[in-house]
Design a protein around this ligand. Structure first.
Ligand code: GLV
Ligand code: MN
Ligand code: MN
Length: 448
């Protein structure tokens, strides 16, 4: 770590670093004093944006973000994006799937260079996963204007809707719809935990759900998409590099396990007489850990719902969601098959009925080599050293769009590796390095 870290939570701290709240004058002041006038110009728009975005959708109890698709917090983040676009004189539009766009140049000219990320969050997410990419995109554009860059291709900044899938269970809904990887029919059937259908949620947020669907014309006008993202592991911290370039995304998916048992009295039902789905669920969680460990994969039950959810009642239904990922599709298939087999075996012995539904699946993504190598050339020119190329187990809109257009990703070092948590962080120096790198990339791709 080269400097203090910035954290999304007010007064939040990062282990091993003097942390400051995002965008506070204290943090900005010490940096500015050390870095001089030029860096003040570079960092200023970043700090201002970070400070404005920091409170939106943050839960005061947990300090984490709850920016779920089509909620009030989402609307606030979208209003922020729109204001950023308009204050810079960029052309603002929302596409048929609710993704936001800020254009410099003619959106219809074709061969556009697009950057951006997402503003929504997982439950109690961190400040960086998504927003760092969006904020850095605006800051990189400011940097290019400061440099007096002459653009030869249109440039856009995008905020893709519902990347995390926290509300409707399916990740990357905005980019999946656009790329035709999610049909409008299937999207119309998505429901949140309260049974609210996606179309109704979109409508209440002021968007037209009847328009959703593939957008090949829009994609045909894009020559490259580059997403900057906080790293969600510690590879860069361990290698001592502030930035990295993505090589690939592991195949990953979500499976819902419904364990149906028999509700009964917790005090009067003999253990031998129970059909307790919680037990089978618990055994399945252990099996998932075992299968993942054996295969060098990951498997997580991070969400569970219980009916009737009473302290003194044996549950009638336990529903658990498995997220599993591996470097290789065949390994992932083996892991998930092993977990399901273990669950079925335990369910049969306990008199529990089991239903398994695959809710989503994203195959392996290998980012386009030509664009990736171009990024490597541009970035090593600045630093004089090769930039590490690394794979990730995290899903991204860039991964979804890679099936339709050339995409690439830039990672910014995460000193703890923690992500999908309020403790997620990045050092201020690294964020600025990310902005300058993204500016270099945009300049290299879209300017004379
Ligand atoms: C998104 O961040 C995911 O990898 O689940
Ligand atoms: Mn995420
Ligand atoms: Mn993300």
């Amino acid at each position: 770590m080269t400097s203090e870290a910035i954290s999304g939570a007010p007064g939040g701290t990062t282990p091993g670093a003097g942390a400051v709240a995002a965008g506070t004058a204290a943090g900005a002041g010490s940096r500015h004093a050390r870095q001089g006038e030029e860096s003040v110009a570079r960092g200023a728009s970043f700090h201002e944006m970070w400070r404005e975005l920091a409170p939106l959708g943050r839960d005061s109890g947990s300090g984490g973000y709850r920016r779920y698709a089509w909620t009030g917090a989402d609307a606030d983040s979208r209003a922020w994006f729109r204001a950023q676009a308009e204050s810079r004189g960029l052309g603002y539009e929302v596409d048929r799937n609710g993704n936001q766009w800020a254009w410099l140049g003619d959106p219809l000219a074709g061969d556009a260079v697009v950057t951006g990320s997402h503003l929504d969050s997982v439950p109690d997410g961190g400040a960086f996963d998504g927003p760092l990419g969006v904020v850095s995109s605006f800051a990189a554009l400011d940097e290019l204007r400061r440099r007096g860059a002459r653009f030869t291709r249109p440039v856009a900044i995008a905020n893709f809707g519902d990347e995390e899938g926290a509300r409707f269970g399916l990740a990357c809904v905005g980019s999946r719809l656009t790329a035709g990887q999610l049909t409008a029919d299937r999207a119309q059937e998505l429901r949140d935990a309260d049974g609210v259908p996606l179309p109704r949620a979109m409508e209440s947020a002021g968007y037209d759900p009847s328009a959703i669907g593939p957008d090949p014309e829009r994609l045909a006008r894009i020559g490259a998409f580059v997403e900057l993202h906080v790293e969600q592991g510690r590879a860069l911290d361990l290698s001592g590099d502030p930035l990295g370039i993505a090589s690939a995304i592991w195949p990953h998916g979500r499976w819902r396990f419904d364990f149906h048992g028999e509700a009964n009295h917790a005090g009067t039902t003999r253990l031998a007489d129970r059909r307790d789905p919680m037990l089978t669920y618990a055994e399945t969680v252990l099996a998932a850990r075992r299968e993942a460990e054996l295969a060098g994969a990951v498997a997580t039950f991070g969400k569970v719902s219980v009916e009737p959810n009473g302290v003194n009642a044996i549950p009638s239904l336990v529903r658990g969601w498995l997220d599993s990922r591996a470097a290789d599709q065949s390994v992932l298939d083996t892991v998930v098959a092993g977990i399901e087999a273990a669950a079925r075996d335990r369910a049969e012995r306990a008199g529990v009925d089991l239903r398994v539904v695959r809710e989503s699946f994203t195959p392996v993504v290998e980012f386009e080599h030509a664009l990736r190598d171009e990024l490597g050339r541009i970035l090593s020119h600045r630093t004089g050293a090769p930039v590490p190329v690394l794979g990730t187990g995290a899903g991204h809109d860039a991964g979804i769009l890679s099936g339709s257009i050339p995409t690439a990703m830039l990672f910014v070092r995460n000193p703890t590796g923690v992500s999908h948590s309020p403790a997620e962080s990045a050092a201020e120096d690294d964020c600025v390095a990310g902005i300058l790198a993204l500016a270099d990339v945009l300049e290299g791709l879209a300017c004379t």
